[in-house]
Design a protein around this ligand. Sequence first.
Ligand code: SIN
Length: 489
Amino acid sequence: MPLSNDPFVLQDSRLLRHQPFVNGQWIDGDAPALAVDNPATGACLGEVETLSAASVNAAIDAARDALPGWKAMTARERSVRMERWHDLMLEHADDLARIMTLEQGKPLAEARGEILYGASFAKWFAEESRRAYGEIIPPPARGRRLLVLREPIGVCAAITPWNFPCAMIVRKTAPALAAGCPIILKPAESTPFSALALAELAQRAGIPPGVFNVVLGNPPDIGKAFAAHPAVRKLSFTGSTRTGRVLLAQAAEQIQKVTLELGGNAPFIVFEDADFDAAIDGAIAAKFRNAGQVCVAVNRILVHETLFGRFTECLAARVAALKVGNGLDPDTDIGPLINAAAIERITALLAEAKADGAKIHTGGQPHKLGGLYFEPTVITQINPCARLWREEIFGPVITLIPFRDEAEALRLANDTEYGLASYFYSRDLGRLFRVAEGLHFGMVGANTPAISSECAPFGGIKASGFGREGSSHGIDDYLEFKTVWIGGI
Ligand code: SIN
């Protein structure tokens, strides 16, 4: 039920939904409703209805029943609907961006960028669905033939985070749909309205009932329901490493296939031969997008000792000039953090680092705007054992340390349990290859902060998870190989 003083002024008010979407219907909740707050103001935006575990099971049953029809469609029939979904996202990009900024806090221009980024996965996988080729293998014996078919894995489940309330949903849903799999999505509790708007558009695009479902409710209960239902063959999760471990263990029950995109601790190395200005721009872009609440956000900057002082000074000046405010204000660079726990955690990490001798060059505390705003912060003299250096910060705080040579830079950069994204700046051709190969991460940005695209495999190694989303490989986890031997020919 929307509350009074509804701040959602949308061109298409039917995008604002408050109920779970199951089997092509907006259904009543049977568990306590969930209030959704605007992190910029603290005001309640409205409530969404939620489901009990029994109703989540019924949603999975609906997806299971929708599988044969969706799988039986030709790839072209599926792709036409997915292209329409993409087009509708673009058509409604302004409304979708506004919903996102209201419930998530990121600046409106960033939110709009995310809608385009999210939509790109619908288009990409609409195209990929028509290229899910099998194989004919030269048979090892006369009179026989050997074929490999690629078939949809079955019902899929996805659990998505609040930091990218559109893109992470489409990045998981589109390859499932393309492969011929129905999907049940549980979006983050803080950002359900974006997910429900995407479901509304999927329905308008002609995605049949039961093929794309959105369930809302208690996260551990829903996670357990996904794991326990024999129809669910695949789970894709983006979120913390802690929750990823729990979901992976639970998925063992039904031997479900799992994709995990978990935490990161991205290094950003600035070598002595780097383009200095480009490295400063890159560090700002790769750190402060979405107030630093990004799995691939830069967590640690390593600067060659000859540049360290100048780099720190320039970076601190640029960071101090970033404008903190409500994401609806067009001048805002950095919106609020998602909740009070995020502010408390960052405050605690900074307090520990300061007590250990860290030096703050700019920022360092909650912003004078109050609420969930935090000052963009630059720190040096960090102890490499500090949590601020070792853990994913997920906020607008960056630490810098100097290094002597390439070997030391690689050793420091790789000294983390995580392995998602990494970045470095250098103009030496040999070093570009050496360092890209020497970094133990799933993704490397060399002289660029922009590493996310529907065309490129996205994912990590080590405690950052496994599996790749996007690219031609992104559909693989949603398909099974079936080997067919034909004899007597
Ligand atoms: C993430 O933070 O998990 C997603 C970032 C991206 O896709 O660029």
